[in-house]
Write a new protein. Structure first.
Length: 246
């Protein structure tokens, strides 16, 4: 066990050091330029895109597809998603010609043990996210050195200082869209004639699992519809194992 802990600590230090070195080299890059350098030069064959196929996902998926349609795309199917999201995944996959979309589901044995009635989202949303998102993603990212996220600085105050390159849990995280605002994302989507998620028109600005996602009232914050009425703002996939990070 001590050896495993030392190995994990070494891996986390490697990721921190590597992310810092990459920021020194590419700190001014974003968008397609950052995707191209990270996927074709720095982490070729060792990087994946993690996508929710949510409200703004088409933009980043399109950027990645322009660079390389074979880059693995990891999609977490929690078994609690909107049907519209699943159909949107299928539509975008075909439209963009993505060849390696991996739909990852929670461990059925763990679900049977920890959420037999399917209401863990109500009783302990953090535990539900851990079971249905965090643990499956950790398994899916095994063997990769880096992953691409779709987070942006405008989304929450906690994300306002995001760098374009960071690390967490022994992996480098690449954030190509941090400086893009909602207007830029929408302009890009329209310019390339990319379909919007069907729930956006109905007032859903940030789309996750069906039981934990609500519409956002006019003038509300971007992620007000996620875990509405609680202090919870993150599902956990962007946190360190100790709960820190964004």
């Amino acid at each position: 066990m001590a050896g495993m802990n030392a190995l994990a600590a070494d891996r986390k230090q490697w990721a921190r050091d590597h992310a810092a070195a990459l920021r020194n080299l590419y700190g001014s890059l974003d968008g397609e330029g950052l995707v191209k350098v990270m996927t074709q030069l720095e982490f070729r064959g060792r990087i994946a895109l993690v996508s929710s196929f949510g409200a703004e996902s088409a933009v980043l998926l399109h950027l990645v597809a322009k660079v390389d349609r074979t880059i693995p795309v990891i999609f977490l199917d929690t078994d609690k998603l909107f049907g519209e999201t699943l159909r949107y995944r299928d539509r975008l996959t075909k439209l963009l010609g993505l060849t390696d979309v991996r739909t990852i589901e929670p461990d059925p044995v763990a679900v049977a043990e920890r959420d037999p009635d399917g209401v863990l989202w109500r009783d302990d949303p953090n535990a539900c996210c851990r079971l249905r998102k965090v643990e499956p993603l950790n398994r899916a990212l095994s063997g990769f050195d880096a992953w691409i996220t779709g987070r942006k600085r405008f989304q929450t105050k906690e994300r306002a200082e995001l760098p374009n390159l960071e690390s967490a849990n022994g992996l480098v995280k690449v954030n190509p869209l941090i400086s893009w605002d909602a207007e830029a994302l929408d302009a890009y989507r329209i310019a390339y004639d990319l379909p919007a998620h069907p729930l956006v028109e109905d007032g859903y600005l940030s789309i996750g699992c069906m039981p934990c996602t609500d519409r956002v009232a006019p003038g509300g914050e971007y992620r007000d519809g996620r875990w509405a009425g609680s202090e919870k703002k993150e599902c956990g996939i962007h946190l360190e194992a100790d709960g820190s990070g964004i």
